[in-house]
Design a protein around this ligand. Structure first.
Ligand code: ATP
Ligand code: LTN
Length: 330
């Protein structure tokens, strides 16, 4: 079985876009791969995080993933900072990564431009990410486009290390989210629904009040025609609602168009709102059940023990190959 791994930063609030475009796909794929899912909390601290908020967000993200249907029996779920080998391996990899390579990372260039006093952690961030990936002999890394360059760097580091010290790592492949499942902002349907949007009227958050979600859908921007037809160029608002409805109900775009033929936008929006609210309320109920439960701690303890064992072996193997041991007695 191929191995799949992905990490998520415990920052911001999870949106319906994240759910449909990323989490739901991981749930759908969890039977096909040996899956690893972790909270990238050490990546989050490359920029300042309020400590008490950070720890709550770590727990909340885990609870949300479980509530969305990530099965702890099919996924190894863990917190990056609870496995000290990630940082240890990262150092060994840093010593096999060039300054020039890291200087070319576009996310670093973007983020460092926003702040004069950026940390060196922000610069070496992609090497820690390579460590997360390479430790587990990961084959497949599902990521958004913004992370593709980082996975490609992990590939380059793996190939270089294997050449220098002998076969040690599997060379990973990045996979982008499925096309066609991009959820757009409800107020400006030409732009992606994004957790960092300033105007939250167009963004549905998974832990948001259900009435507020309904209102946002009912007042979503549409067009002056009165026909439920998928046409991203001329009818971006209606097309977005069709995509949302289709993804949640598991229907095709054509089926949705057929269902709502001759119906007005008000009726259509009500159906979309019902479907979204019903899906989100199930997630919220499950979230509330588990957020303070021992179940989360048991899952995380198990994940920590399992992944530490694997990571320790990889670290020891790397150390040995690099000559980091006491040497043979004369
Ligand atoms: P930011 O506002 O910081 O850019 P974001 O909400 O866009 O955050 P990311 O953290 O960049 O989310 O992405 C996490 C995952 O969710 C990625 O796999 C990304 O492709 C997916 N994703 C994010 N927003 C959407 C969306 N609107 N539609 C579909 N998938 C999305
Ligand atoms: N950098 C990623 C999170 C992340 C990750 C990883 C994703 C950290 N380590 C390993 C995939 C594999 C982000 O900010 N979304």
């Amino acid at each position: 079985m191929k191995k799949m791994l992905t990490g998520l930063q415990p920052t911001g609030v999870i949106t319906l876009g994240n759910y449909i475009g990323s989490i739901k796909q991981m749930v759908d794929n969890q039977d096909m791969y040996d899956s690893y899912l972790f909270v990238a909390d050490m990546h989050a601290i490359t920029v300042y995080q309020d400590p008490s908020e950070l720890s709550n967000k770590i727990r909340s993200l885990i609870a949300l993933y479980l509530a969305c249907g990530i099965d702890p029996n099919k996924n190894k779920i863990f917190i990056q900072s609870e496995n000290e080998y990630h940082a240890n391996v990262s150092w060994l990899l840093e010593c096999n990564t060039y300054f020039g390579e890291l200087s070319r990372m576009t996310q670093f260039k973007d983020k460092s431009m926003k702040n004069e006093n950026f940390t060196s952690g922000l610069f070496t961030y992609p090497v820690l990410m390579a460590s997360d990936i390479l430790i587990y002999d990961t084959d497949i890394v599902p990521v958004g486009v913004d992370q593709k360059q980082h996975v490609e760097l992990a590939r380059d580091i793996a190939i270089r290390f294997n050449k220098k010290y002998g076969d040690t790592f599997v060379v990973p492949t990045p996979v982008m989210s499925r096309v066609g499942t991009k959820i757009m902002d409800l107020q400006d349907p030409t732009k992606k629904m994004s957790k960092s949007s300033e105007n939250k009227k167009g963004v549905i958050m998974l832990l948001e009040d259900l009435d507020s979600i309904r209102k946002k859908i009912m007042s979503a921007t549409t067009d002056s025609e009165m026909c439920v037809k998928y046409d991203v160029i001329n009818k971006p608002g209606i097309s977005n609602l069709i995509t949302m409805y289709a993804s949640i109900t598991g229907k095709s775009i054509e089926e949705v168009e057929f269902m709502f033929e001759g119906k007005n936008y008000g009726e259509f929006k009500r159906e979309v709102a019902d479907a979204v609210v019903s899906e989100v309320s199930k997630i919220q109920n499950r979230y509330n059940e588990i957020i303070n439960s021992k179940e989360i701690d048991e899952i995380l303890d198990k994940g920590r023990e399992f992944t530490r064992e694997i990571a320790k072996k990889k670290y020891e193997d790397m150390k040995k190959k690099m000559g980091l041991f006491r040497g043979i007695e004369k």
